[in-house]
Ligand binder design. Structure first.
Ligand code: ADP
Ligand code: MG
Length: 393
């Protein structure tokens, strides 16, 4: 069902309450990466240019109560630098003082509320429905621009929308995320190839089952590769193994049978307890006391040439333990191969994005999803609680 867009609403002289995802990584109290703040800038600038006043709200980290280390003050400062205009920082997210501040806002002014998760009710709207209602008092219009949190049924992402019937909209980032993910899910330009890595099958069952249905080929790497190899009767030594997911692997092979090619890595980089490293062909099996850490160079070469034939590529999950440079060549090789194709390229997942950031090839991709878990849930279910709550046009 189509949802209202920020573009559909008259914003002049209105108070726009916008849920953003300023859940940025912090290092010693400073913002280590401001990608998420930058991602919200188009919507923020649009509201300001249209003559609305903006009340921004977000969570940051996982505070237990009011933890000053997880204050949004650094985000207010960074946003102010990025916009080159003042951003007023509230001392709380609900209560009389904030209500007064919101009311006093003039058009083109911005107020950032303090960390929503200082209140337990943010994550548990049913425990205290009045929290969402108190937040709702701050604005005339509600905009959800927090894709990274849109898979959560929280007060500020979902419960709040019922106070804004006909006045609850998607922000531009949300629309962009949905558009690109739909591009892969609904009517992808074919051939559509999906590359899945990361650590565990169990965290990606829904996505794997969905993609085996939608894609023309599925490439499997990362830790989950070894349960796939094991299912084929290949010895995997001490590699990551999820015995309980053997049936999921069977389901995937079964579903793939008719129409989807499944590519498992043909060689892997393995290591033993003494940190020796070697490369072996998967068909020969991984010796006892050795474990698979990355896809091998032959696989990178084979997959890279196949990827050149794709019209759409979706990638989630590093193909090896890329945090260690000795096991990053597979992930980096495939990221670079993807970056050099002419295909529509979509990447989801925090760690996959980190790999692309390390290589500084961000601009070579069609879309880098800002929401890891949210992107995966969107692929699985085709919608998210934060989208559904908005109601239809
Ligand atoms: P994303 O954040 O992109 O969705 P995941 O969180 O699913 O990715 O997986 C990332 C993790 O998978 C990384 O920490 C990486 O070390 C791990 N991983 C990749 N390959 C292996 C492997 N062969 N064995 C164990 N862990 C792996
Ligand atoms: Mg991750």
């Amino acid at each position: 069902m189509p949802k209202l867009s920020l573009k559909d609403l008259a914003l002049k002289n209105k108070k726009i309450l916008m849920r953003v995802d300023f859940n940025v990584p912090l290092k010693e109290g400073a913002i280590a990466d401001d990608t998420r703040i930058r991602a919200a800038l188009p919507s923020i600038k649009y509201v300001i240019n249209e003559g609305g006043s903006l009340i921004l709200m977000s969570h940051l980290g996982k505070p237990k109560g009011k933890d000053p280390k997880l204050s949004l003050v650094p985000c207010a400062k960074r946003l102010s630098e990025l916009l080159n205009m003042p951003v007023i920082m509230a001392r709380d997210c609900i209560g009389e003082e904030v209500e007064r501040e919101a009311k006093a806002l003039k058009p083109k002014q911005i107020l950032l509320l303090e960390n929503l998760r200082f209140y337990n009710a943010e994550e548990h709207p049913d425990n205290d429905p009045s929290f969402a209602e108190k937040l709702s008092k701050l604005g005339d219009i509600y905009v959800n621009e927090a894709f990274g949190t849109a898979h959560r049924n929280h007060s500020s992402t979902a419960a709040i929308a019922r106070f804004f019937k006909g006045k609850a909209a998607l922000g531009f980032l949300m629309e962009k995320e949905i558009t690109f993910l739909n591009m892969a899910l609904e009517n992808p330009k074919r051939p559509f190839f999906a590359i899945i890595g990361g650590s565990k099958i169990s965290s990606k069952i829904g996505v794997l089952l969905k993609l085996v249905d939608k894609a023309d080929a599925l490439f499997i790497g990362g830790g989950m590769l070894f349960t796939f190899l094991k299912a084929k009767g290949i010895e995997i030594g001490d590699s990551l193994f999820e015995e309980n997911e053997l049936h999921t692997v069977e389901d995937i092979f079964q579903k793939a049978k008719q129409k989807t090619e499944i590519y498992l890595a043909s060689d892997v980089v393995i290591t033993d307890n003494s940190e020796n490293i070697k490369i072996i062909n998967c068909k020969d099996g991984i010796p006892k006391n050795w474990k698979g850490m990355d896809i091998g160079p032959k696989t990178v070469k084979e997959w890279s040439s196949l990827l050149n034939k794709a019209a759409t590529i979706f990638w989630n999950g590093p193909l090896g333990v890329f945090e260690n440079p000795a096991f990053a060549k597979g992930t980096n090789g495939i990221a670079l191969a993807m970056a050099s194709t002419k295909a529509i390229t979509i990447v989801g997942g925090g760690d996959s994005l980190a790999a692309i950031n390390n290589l500084k090839i961000e601009e070579k991709f069609s879309h880098l999803s800002t929401g890891g878990g949210a992107a995966l849930e969107y692929i699985e279910y085709g919608t998210l609680p934060g989208i559904e709550a908005l109601g239809s046009v």
